[in-house]
Design a protein around this ligand. Structure first.
Ligand SMILES: *Cc1c(COP(=O)(O)O)cnc(C)c1O
Length: 376
């Protein structure tokens, strides 16, 4: 049996909540389960306002609108991220400016942000890779000094902290993902966190296709009409019902992933000491959520060979991002703030290991044995 990289898992009352939704006969968005998910997330995060979306991609698009990104505006972000981080900016006519990452966490190098700032810079979008937090105190300090909006692409970072504060609560706006590859899932799904309360009213309008429908439903306005730009960013109630069951079990999901993460980490220590790979680094102050376990091969050629050899042994290990500054759309729509040698080097060496709720310790032993064999 091959060991799969990911495996979506039911963990609670998903079926019961889906049945409840069907009985209630409200399947479109912003119903009972959407509200329950939003309240639960607000509680878990200690956040002011959360809106469920159909994806983190949608939440990032909302964030770009709310941050006022317009033609020619620049947004500083890492190149080592998923294309949705950049697409959200490009769709507003903005320009992603790709900054270097830190060699330890693969997060944006906070010391590389300031030199990337130009008179056109409007925002900084950080990405908490693998659920390990960026240095948010430094990022916020730079943003405040230059009057920039901070957006967190926290797609991978639910239930992870930086200095005892949940990721997703630092920026004016943050995006979470519930895509089936993430820790907490609803197939497709996401959430926008609005920490800058001045943006909350407009967020709701953009979310509801540019209408004041939510205000109308609360009896705050007499008519329901088109008042601003917007789109259909809401998930259906079926998605929200499934998600609510997952969110309720959030603590145990995170615990299980951290256990599996720790088993890899302990088992791979000898290989790191022998210089055959490098393990992830979690800096002081970062409480991560076990979202990804990766290793770095000594060089790109060995990584590529290792992925092929592991596949042949039935282990579905995978690479991660092709750096955006070197991708066809990144070259067309964005620019690198300067040379990005660390980004290029680490991206070429990275191997993500299978990690999911159904992964057993004996599977992990087989993965480690495969790595021992292929990274000689
Ligand atoms: C998964 C992911 C996204 C996209 O999330 P969707 O919910 O699939 O749209 C965006 N950014 C990062 C860093 C991600 O890991």
């Amino acid at each position: 049996m091959p060991i799969s990289f990911n495996q979506p898992t039911l963990i609670g009352l998903e079926f019961r909540y889906l049945a409840e939704t069907l009985e209630r006969a409200h399947l479109s968005g912003n119903g009972e389960f959407t509200k329950r998910c939003q309240h639960l997330l607000e509680q878990q995060l200690g956040a002011h306002r959360v809106l469920l979306t159909h994806s983190a991609t949608g939440a990032l698009e909302m964030a770009a609108i709310l941050a006022g990104i317009g033609p020619g505006d620049e947004v500083i972000m890492p190149s080592f991220t998923f294309c949705s981080t950049a697409n959200a900016i490009v769709l507003r006519g903005g320009v992603p400016v790709f900054a270097e990452i830190r060699p330890d966490t693969l997060n944006i190098d906070e010391t590389a942000i300031e030199t990337a700032i130009t008179p056109r810079t409007r925002a900084i979008c950080v990405v908490h890779y693998a659920g390990v937090g960026c240095q948010m105190d430094t990022v916020l300090e730079i943003a405040n000094r230059h009057g920039l909006v901070v957006i967190e692409d926290a797609a991978q970072a639910l239930h992870a902290d930086f200095k005892d504060r949940p990721l997703g609560t630092f920026g004016a706006l943050s995006a979470f993902s519930f895509h089936e590859t993430k820790n907490i899932i609803s197939g497709e799904g996401g959430a926008l966190v609005i920490n800058d309360l001045d943006l909350a009213e407009r967020a709701e309008i953009i979310w509801e296709k540019g209408t004041n429908r939510a205000q109308f439903q609360r009896g705050e306005v007499a008519r329901y009409t088109w008042v601003d730009i917007g789109s259909s960013f809401l998930p259906s109630e079926l998605t929200a019902a499934f998600l609510f069951a997952q969110l309720e079990a959030g603590a145990s999901v995170t615990r299980n992933r951290l256990d599996a993460w720790q088993r890899y980490h302990a088992a791979l220590r000898p290989l790191e000491i022998a210089d055959r790979l490098r393990r992830p680094v979690v800096p002081q102050g970062c409480a991560h959520n076990g979202h990804i376990y990766y290793v770095l091969a000594p060089d790109g050629a060995q990584r590529d060979a290792a992925l092929r050899a592991m596949a042949a042994r039935g282990v579905n290990a995978v690479m991660h991002y092709v750096p955006l500054h070197s991708s066809p759309a990144g070259l067309r729509y964005g620019r690198a703030a300067g040379p990005l040698p660390i980004t290029e080097d680490l991206a070429s060496r990275l191997i993500r290991l299978p990690l999911h709720a159904g992964l057993m310790p004996e599977h992990q032993e087989a993965v480690v044995a495969a790595l021992e064999h292929v990274l000689a």
